[in-house]
Design a protein around this ligand. Structure first.
Ligand code: BGC
Length: 710
């Protein structure tokens, strides 16, 4: 019944729309509260008043959205606007950058963070967030790895689904729900050389096995919108790729929502060299399956004439318009268009949200190394807190901070101050050496009991348009580190960055290294909790840290090759000057405490079709206090019609053990875990031998074998 009312309403409305107004609904324009691309939308107010704009990005707050919504309501048809924004890791309360938060491997926490971001954005007039970014990437030169969940498609899929559910909730009309926008479809995480916006050249197999799964998972979880990628796929820009958007996404995957391009991606097709004019680009895009044009205005300016000339069928336009209108209906916009812009929300993160941000930051920190159990530090020690990031609130927030306010964030110094006696000095700038600061830092180190060096990247060094060919710490920071190490004081390195860094030198010099990403509003406090032992680190890397930039791109999920690594054999797959594997592999992350990893066993050497086998691993906490570990299950299909990765994550469990306790942790393996894209790219489960491996990271694993029967 409700469905019939909705359908009748939408069709009646469509029937009253001119072609210009239809093109207007597909026109997404930007306001000026933030700048996220090169082009700015002129005449925003006039276009809205004329009914030539369907949605707006980069405008938020009840007052600002209300002013524009009232213009839309005064337009000839009074169709309300949708307001979208890049709420990537929180809106007012900022939680860790997505790559950091993914290291929690905590889906419940991720979902709660997304829910918090949804309710804060909805209270600020927004309906639509441009998240989750689910682009798998194996190349930390690409600055946008900061926005994703790392290198693994299986974990990436779980995270994508949890985020979508968090944002959208059970009902879009819920005042605390927003539309999710899965991005960037597709393959944006694999630009050549790690250079942002560069072209992508990829096999269908890599697409199916590695890059597509998280987009699919997000769509299965109900994501209502999807954003195209800037790159081309097989020479055809994603925003004009009919195979990708219509045959695959809508046809095979059953996507029912709407497709928006990325910022000016329609007119950028002229730069790709695949469209001669804006009209050509607009036609290609609409025909490929795009519904909404972000900022380029080619749909608005070109579609009416294209329909008029018969180059574009009006039914095609109608289908896109209906998808947008339907979403407006589902958001409750036709019922109460001003619902989200009536009440003044809290401008500051509330205590409850800060608490969640603190939990999220705590769980995102990864202990990379802790030789001699240097960490945690005693609260009675005098600490020299040194480094250009040691007191930077802005850098603690990271890239894309929506309405986040740096003055409300906690830097490492803010966090340490209340806990221990701290002497703080910068030592150098992010990339600029300074003799006086260096001398001051050395003096501070000499007077302290322990040094905590906080080094890494500024917030502008990762995120969009922030690729790097050298992913070591900037030279002046390495110089600072050398001088501090020479003082002979015990020294802990805290690295803040939006990407895995090359830390080979640091690994050889520092006894303890904590990876602290950009942890968000509460970052400094969470860092202090971990450094001083009020909380133990639990994070596990979702992207390996390379030994050298020369290894990139790289992943633990590599294929076996015909000449597998053999140190003693010249003609095997290896480098002359570096090992093959990561310095810190996928899944790596230590905690305070030590474990003994015991035998791994299997309940049956054979698995029936449709049946299960259970793999069990014994783990003992050798420490004198409780400790938490995340055990991981990896599988390998030993013989298959297509070469299968040497290992692939298929499960994990976080367990907390009392002092001295032993637990047996079990994983059930079903056919779903064994499935892979066969020669025809359709999912297949093959009989034959498999290896199941369990351990605390993707490198230190114990294996058992079983056979899947036919
Ligand atoms: C980015 C998107 C973002 C959009 C809108 C683009 O430049 O690639 O991720 O959602 O801008 O701000």
């Amino acid at each position: 019944m409700t469905w019939m009312i909705k359908d009748a309403f939408l069709h009646e409305l469509l029937g009253r729309m001119s072609v210009e107004e239809k093109a207007g609904q597909l026109n997404l324009l930007t306001g000026a509260m933030d700048a996220t691309g090169m082009k700015h939308s002129g005449d925003l107010d006039a276009k809205i008043r004329a009914g030539l704009c369907g949605a707006v990005l980069n405008v938020y707050t009840p007052a600002a959205t209300r002013a524009l919504q009232e213009l839309a309501l005064a337009s000839p048809l009074g169709i309300p606007l949708i307001f979208g924004y890049d709420v990537i890791h929180g809106h007012r309360t900022i939680y860790p950058i997505p790559l950091g938060l993914s290291c929690s491997w905590n889906l419940n926490l991720l979902g709660r963070c997304a829910r918090m971001a949804a309710s804060e954005s909805a209270a600020d007039g927004l309906h639509w967030v441009y998240s989750p970014m689910v682009d798998i990437s194996q190349d930390p030169r690409w600055g946008r790895v900061a926005e994703g969940a790392g290198e693994d498609p299986w974990l990436g899929s779980e995270i994508a689904a949890a985020m979508v559910r968090g944002y959208q909730g059970n009902d879009l009309a819920d005042p605390a729900s927003v539309l999710a926008c899965v991005k960037h479809f597709a393959l944006y995480g694999a630009p050549m050389g790690g250079r942002d916006y560069h072209s992508v050249d990829m096999s269908r197999r890599a697409m199916e096995e590695t890059y597509f799964p998280p987009y699919r998972a997000a769509i299965s979880a109900g994501a209502r919108t999807i954003m195209t990628a800037f790159n081309d796929i097989d020479g055809i820009p994603a925003s004009a790729n009919r195979w990708l958007l219509t045959e695959l996404l809508r046809g095979q995957w059953g996507f029912q929502g709407w497709i928006v391009t990325d910022y000016t991606a329609v007119t950028e097709m002229k730069n790709h060299g695949t469209a001669a004019t804006d009209a050509d680009a607009a036609r290609q895009s609409l025909e490929a399956g795009v519904d909404m044009d972000m900022v380029s205005e080619a749909f608005l300016s070109e579609l009416p004439a294209l329909v008029e000339s018969g180059a574009v069928r009006e039914e095609q336009l109608d289908a896109a318009v209906l998808r947008v209108l339907e979403t407006k209906w589902d958001l409750g916009l036709f019922r109460d268009p001003l619902a989200r812009c009536t009440h003044q929300p809290a401008m500051q993160p509330c205590a409850e949200n800060r608490q969640l941000a603190r939990e999220a930051a705590r769980e995102s920190i990864v202990l990379l190394k802790n030789e001699g159990e240097v960490l945690p530090l005693s609260k009675h020690a005098t600490i020299a807190l040194i480094g250009p990031l040691a007191d930077s609130r802005r850098d603690m927030l990271g890239c894309w901070i929506a309405a986040g306010d740096e003055s409300l964030a906690a830097s490492p110094l803010d966090g340490f101050r209340g806990v221990a006696t701290v002497v703080h000095t910068r030592g150098c700038g992010i990339s600029e050496a300074d003799e006086d600061l260096l001398a001051e830092a050395v003096r501070a180190a000499k007077q302290a009991d322990v040094v905590v060096l906080v080094l890494g990247e500024s917030w502008q060094m990762s995120g969009e348009a922030a690729s790097r060919t050298d992913i070591r710490l900037p030279e002046c920071q390495r110089e600072l580190a050398k001088h501090i190490l020479q003082t002979g004081k015990p020294c802990v390195l805290v690295t803040m960055s939006g990407r895995p860094l090359e830390l080979t030198w640091e690994d050889s010099q520092f006894p303890a290294i904590l990876q602290a990403w950009a942890l968000g509003t509460e970052g400094g406090h969470s860092l202090a909790e971990v450094v001083f032992g009020d909380a133990a680190p639990v994070g596990k890397l979702t992207m390996g840290f390379p030994r050298s930039v020369g290894q990139l791109p790289m992943t633990y999920r590599e294929k076996p090759t015909g000449r597998p690594f053999n140190a003693a054999e010249k003609y095997s797959s290896k480098y002359l000057d570096a090992p093959n594997d990561a310095l810190y592999p996928f899944g790596h992350g230590l905690t305070y405490g030590k474990f003994r990893h015991g035998a791994v066993s299997i309940d049956s050497p054979e698995m029936q079709p449709g049946g299960t086998v259970t793999v069990s691993a014994e783990i003992t906490n050798l420490s004198a206090y409780p400790a938490t570990e995340t055990l991981q299950l990896y599988l390998r299909d030993l013989v298959a019609p297509v070469s299968r990765p040497v290992k692939e994550l298929r499960g994990y469990q976080r367990v907390t053990l009392a002092a001295g306790e032993t637990q047996v942790v079990s994983f059930q393996i079903t056919d779903a875990n064994l499935s892979f894209p066969g020669r025809d790219f359709q999912p297949v489960v093959e009989p034959g031998d498999f290896e199941a491996m369990v351990g605390p990271n993707s490198r230190d694993l114990r294996a058992v074998r079983f056979a899947r029967l036919s």
